[in-house]
Structure formats: C-alpha cells, structure tokens
Write a protein that binds this ligand. Sequence first.
Ligand code: O2Y
Ligand code: MN
Length: 595
Amino acid sequence: MEKPVKNEKLKNWIEEVRQLCAPDSVYVCDGSKKEYNTLMAQMVESGAAIKLKKRKNSFLFRSDPSDVARVEDRTYISTPEQAQAGPTNNWVAPDELKATMKDLYKGCMKGRTMYVIPFSMGPIDSPIAKIGIEITDSPYVVCNMHIMTRVGKKVLKKLGKKGEFIPCLHSIGAPLEPGQKDVSWPCAPIEKKYISHFTDENLIWSYGSGYGGNALLGKKCLALRIASAMAKREGWMAEHMLILRLTSPEGKQYHIAAAFPSACGKTNLAMLRPTIEGWKCECVGDDIAWMKIRPDGRLHAINPEAGFFGVAPGTSYDSNPMAMDTIKKNAIFTNCALTDKGDVWWEGMDGKPPRHAIDWKGRDWPNENKEVAAHANARFTVPASQCPVICEDWEKPEGVPIDIFVFGGRRAGLVPLVYEAYNFNHGVFMGASASSETTTANIGAVGNLRRDPFAMQPFCGYNMGDYFRHWLDMGDRLGDKAPRVFYVNWFRKTSDGRWLWPGFGENSRVLKWMCERVDGKAEAVQTPIGLLPKLGSLDLKGLKIDERDIHELLKIDMDAWKAEIPDIEKHFAQFGDRLPDELKKQLKALQERLG
Ligand code: O2Y
Ligand code: MN
C-alpha cells in the first residue's frame, strides 16, 4: 500500500510518538465513510457503542462516570513565564509538564491502535483555516473528529511535503496488557488527566480523558486556546462565538457573532426561528468564530468546525426544533438514556418521559434515588450540514462580514434585556466585564456570579490582560468598519422568580433592534451603562407581554449598578499592569456616569 504521509515533519512526529507510546499498530485516517463505518462496527462489536434502532446510522456511547466533561482544573497553559499564561489559567513550566506527561505517555498505547487524524479547522481552501494532526488511541475520538472537523486524505494533500500543522497528541491513558479485557470507556483517573497547551510551540498534549473538549482536540484546545494565542501573534481573532445571518424582509443581510458562557443557550440562538414576520435567520456556527480583517477593511468570520457538539438535556422541539431535526440521523450520542424502543432520551425532551429506560450509567431507570436518566452534560455530535437552517455560505472560504458583536450572560437581576455600547472601546469594556450566574449545567455551586470575559475565561490561551489589549488593537485597526457592540440578558426575572422575557424565537425582536440600530433606524436612550431601546423601538407586535414587564426588562437600578463596580474593580485588579489603561478609563467613566 502506498504510504499516505509525505510530509517529513509529520513522518518524524508519528515515529517519535510511536516509539514513546508503543501502540500495537499505527493507522493513518483517510476520512472515508468506510473508515467511519468500520470503526463504529468494531465499537458496537466490543460493546463500547450501541446502534440505535430508531435513528438512522446513529450510536450511543456511555462514558466512565469519572469522565463526563471538560476538566478546567486539569487544563494547563504552559508558557516559559507564568505571566504569559496570566491569572486565569493553570500554569506549569513546559519542561516540568513535559517531563511529567512523557512519563505518562511511555507505553500508554500498548494493546491499542494509534490513529493519526489529519484534520482541517475551517474549509480546506479557506485562507483562515489551519491544519492539525491528532494522534489518538481512541476510535471514539476518530469518529467524532470525522463529524466535527474535515478529516483525511484531502487534508494530507493540502499539507503537502512541507506544510505546517499543529500537533495534537491524545491518549486515553489506559494501556492494555496482553490478554487484558478492555472496558467500554477506558480512561485514566482524574489526578492523571492533563489537558496541556504549549502555546509558544503550537503544541497540544492531552492525557487521560476520552470526553469532549478534553479529547476532540480540534475544538476548545486548538480552535480556541492555541488559536487565540496564534491570533494575538498574527493579528486576527479566535473567539468563543456563534455566528448567524439575519435577513430582513427587504433582503438585507446582517451577520452577528455572539459570545455567551457555556449553558446560556448559544446553540439555541444560533438556530433561532424568528417570530417576527418576514425575517429569516440562518446558522453559520454555534460555538467558535475565527475572524480576520479582509481587504475590504471589515472583519470576516468562518466557523472552523464542521459539526455541532451540543448539550442534549433541555434540547426539544420547544427549545430548539432545528437541533432536533439536525440529530435525526448520522449522530453520535454520549451519556444519553436509552429507551426500550431503541432511541435516545434526555430530561427536557418533548412529550412524556418513557416509563422505562436505561440511564447513562447503564442501569434501569427510573430508580429509587430519583436520579436523572441522561447526564446533565450528555451530548450529541452531528454534522452541521444536516441543520435545516444552515446558511448556504457557512463554508465560504473567506467567511461572512460581521456587522454586530453580542455579549451576554445569565443574570436574574441588574442587566437589562439589551443595551448598546457607546463605541467599540466601551464594547470591549462590556465584554471584559461580562458575567453570568452558574446553573446546574456548570460545575460548582448554583447561582454564583462568575466573571467570564468574552466567554473566554476557560479558553483564552494567554494572559487575559493582553487579550483585552488585542481586542482594543483590533478595534483601532477596524476603525469605523468595526462591528457595533451590544450586551443582552435573556434571563432577567421578577423579584418572585418569574422570567420576564419569553426568549427563544422571540429573541429575534432584540436582534432586529440591533440591525435597525446599525442602519440608524431604531431609537435609543442614553443611560449610564449604554444605549437602551427607546420605548416603542423594540418590535413587540404580536407578542403577549405586559407593559410593566417591558419596563422591568429595560430598567436600570442605579444603586445596584453602583454596587457592581467593586466586583468589576476586583476582577480587573487581577491583571495588574497588563490591564490596558483604556479599560481603567472605561470603568471610571461608567462610575462617573452612575454618579
Ligand atoms: O464538556 C465538554 O467537553 C464539552 S464543553 C462544550 C461543548 C460544545 C460547545 N461548548 C462547550 C463549552 O463548554 O463551551
Ligand atoms: Mn462553547
């Protein structure tokens, strides 16, 4: 058979890893359907996967109960100086971390196949795309990468003999001794898990976990942590943002990139069904945006991914009908419940719960302890191309021009439904001080306020103070072509805990207001925190909502905002002299406007 790898650097790296990890065999992925089907059939045969009777070409996996989500505590940004990683990242010096991990990697693939996955983040012919190579001993990872990225021969062809790639080394950390029986989800214990980023070298080493962002290294590791550091060096942006296209009844297109922390409904907004007449919404991406200034002076965005890795619980025909239609076939489900009819189920799905199911731990459900059937972080992996509202330009190599940036979070009080920044730098201040209350879907206590600047707290691959400066620099370069900046809060409640805003498709009313602001058509009022919709400028036609609720949604409680200032000060103080003066100025200006 012809050897598929022609790139010298890649050949050497494969050999180096083979010697270190000692797999039984090495397989270079070609990205074909046949390859995907063969691996899936092997996993069904071994008991690692269950083929769903009710969904075409779809499979269910159950992870080890210790391996169910991204592990922020075990995630490292390893730079020569700790200050390069900054106060928001875990740090260990590269030499020390590499020595620890090399010990773990020694012989870690014994008894297993080592898969080499050539993948592209972004359409292969995009000037914004980057090539990565993931080496892994997990066939589950290979199949997920098939969906989430562009994989195989076409990538190797693009790489050529001399092309550059980002090496991503992954092992589940569970070697097999001769004759040892495998388990259905092999992984290492938590204290041996490491998700490490050597950002100066564009290098990722992940060990011990087979789950999601810890193991599908194109996603959070490459497309956010490594890419954000590259973007800073190279003058572009890698952001934790959905991308959508809104089209007005007159046919004018607006492209919106929006950053929300995890568990704030990003996938739902990305696939929004507008309730306002004549407006159309299409999805370009649901999680990550890579953006570059093009020769027209505007910022253009691509979605570097090819699939969705969405949270299953809470996804329903009510909350996200487009996602429900997307996952009808060719999907991988992880940690969902299995019904007796051979379909998946999770809490929050439409209709009545099944009378009986097998829960994500493989036990009969319901059980005496009233535990959930699907894990709160159960996921679907599905090709983006299957989404009924995928934008026809979602794979356009040069991307789509961004008109609007939106930041937001989950705040029961304080933050109004929507407000606009006075200018780009004020918008950077809004992004830098963004906050959200934690929910059950987050790890940690419920209802705690967490500052999550630009929704990048877990994903920024360098000092967040320098990242703020990068945003300001990009704004300077973009000048009057910079996107307009807005902040939203869909989650405001009354004092007795009732949601004030219906959310979901009705959010299109807020997006419409933003588009009309861009066109100079909608009126706003100046307030200390920014520009709020003038009463009557939000299109509420056909929406049954009490006028008092609208007042409440747009209310600014000056004392509560003043009380917020010390927390923003504390948040900013952690960046010391790396905090740009401009953000200090913005904070002072807010304080002065509040009086
Ligand atoms: O728990 C994981 O590994 C997945 S986390 C995730 C997945 C898809 C999109 N966003 C996120 C996130 O945490 O922001
Ligand atoms: Mn995300």
